[in-house]
Design a protein around this ligand. Structure first.
Ligand code: UT7
Length: 329
């Protein structure tokens, strides 16, 4: 049975930097509050004249392909992960297929919010292990900025989220000890309404009423925080136990960038050193499905992900959904 490994990574960040001070001009908030509660200094917002969730994903994918020394025509299958697609339907996967000018390969969309990219990696890994595909493109891309309530009413959500895209190319290898060792996926739908956007929705009788609580994301922040700090260590330990490792064996943990306080909590609980955990939420904010691939791509670019390293990816978010992946690089 072949194994799958990550052959290339890429990310794309839109140009417009939005600082906490910029947000102070839009809503009642302060740089101090945002830094203290979330660790975020800035985030980037897309320019809708030229950026879309799909084309940012395509730009990240082209970089990942280039870094893998591959061409779009080498890709056998596309997995596109987002909570902010260009259209309600069809999904972004088919748009990426067209933008990359690839022949009629399959494209799958995954809607698992902050855990989306890890669910995507897991699906790609199974396709490769089963022998169905040899090269799978997994993309996480988000534009939050056009869908946030940027008034004081929406400040607990609006200050956290940012836009961006990241991509990974997974390929088959015959080496049994290289690549994705295992993936672990979970969900708990009883908390679906703790972090959600309702509209546009097939169950809605209010489709045209533009009610703020329905068209903007709403979040019970403290409850999401409470579950995140339990589920992250749990799912990371699940991956380590499955493969006979302990936290001290991890070379780099890349947690979904939900909130710097959450990452610090995980680090403390798992007794990890600073150099074992990668964070970039300070600069980019929380980019949900794009956060893990952006962070992984950036860490790789900086030389922090090296051949032979044990890399752990983990995520938690709306659904609730959570997941992990352990990789021997
Ligand atoms: O991506 C995965 C899913 N998301 C997460 O993992 C996020 C998890 N949750 C969090 O990160 C935190 O709950 C937040 C950062 C969202 C909020 O922090 P908190 O410490 O839970 O604050 P809170 O919502 O309990 O609000 C505390 C106070 C409230 O005022 P009162 O009622 O105490 O007077 C809020 O109105 O802070 C107020 N507040 C703000 N003040 C200034 C809420 N948002 C803001 C803001 N600026 N942006």
């Amino acid at each position: 049975m072949p194994n799958s490994y990550i052959a290339g990574l890429g990310h794309y960040i839109p140009e417009r930097k939005v600082t906490n001070k910029d947000l102070e001009t839009m809503m009642e908030t302060t740089d101090e509050w945002i830094v203290e509660r979330t660790g975020i200094n800035s985030r980037y917002w897309a320019d809708l004249e030229k950026d879309s969730t799909s084309n940012m994903g395509t730009r990240a994918a082209l970089k990942a392909l280039e870094n893998a020394d591959l061409k779009p025509e080498d890709v056998d299958f596309i997995i596109f992960c987002t909570l902010s697609p260009d259209y309600n339907f069809p999904g972004g996967g088919v748009l990426v297929q067209e933008q990359l000018n690839i022949d009629t390969i399959g494209a799958l969309d995954i809607r698992n919010q902050c855990s989306g990219f890890l669910y995507g990696i897991s699906v790609a890994d199974q396709f490769i292990k089963s022998g169905m595909y040899k090269t799978v493109l997994v993309i996480g891309s988000e534009i939050h900025s056009s869908g946030l309530d940027k008034t004081t009413r929406g400040r607990n959500v609006a200050v956290i989220f940012g836009d961006g895209a990241g991509a990974a190319v997974l390929r088959a290898t015959d080496k049994p000890d290289k690549g994705i060792l295992s993936t672990h996926l979970h969900s708990q739908g009883k908390f679906a309404e703790e972090l959600m956007v309702i509209e546009p929705s097939s169950i809605s009788i209010h489709r045209t009423d533009n009610i703020p609580e329905r068209i903007y994301p709403v979040m019970n922040g403290s409850n999401v925080f409470k579950h995140a700090v339990t589920r992250f260590p749990e799912v990371i330990m699940e991956a380590l136990n499955k493969n006979g490792y302990t936290p001290s064996d991890i070379n780099l943990l890349i947690p979904h960038q939900a909130n710097l306080r959450i990452s610090q909590f995980i680090q403390k609980t798992m007794k990890l050193r600073d150099d074992q955990v990668y964070n970039n939420i300070v600069t980019y904010g929380n980019t949900t499905a794009a956060s893990v691939p952006i962070a992984l791509s950036e860490a790789w670019q900086k030389g922090l992900v090296k051949e032979g390293d044990l890399i752990c990816l983990a995520a938690f978010g709306s659904g609730f959904t959570w997941a992990s992946a352990l990789i021997r690089w």
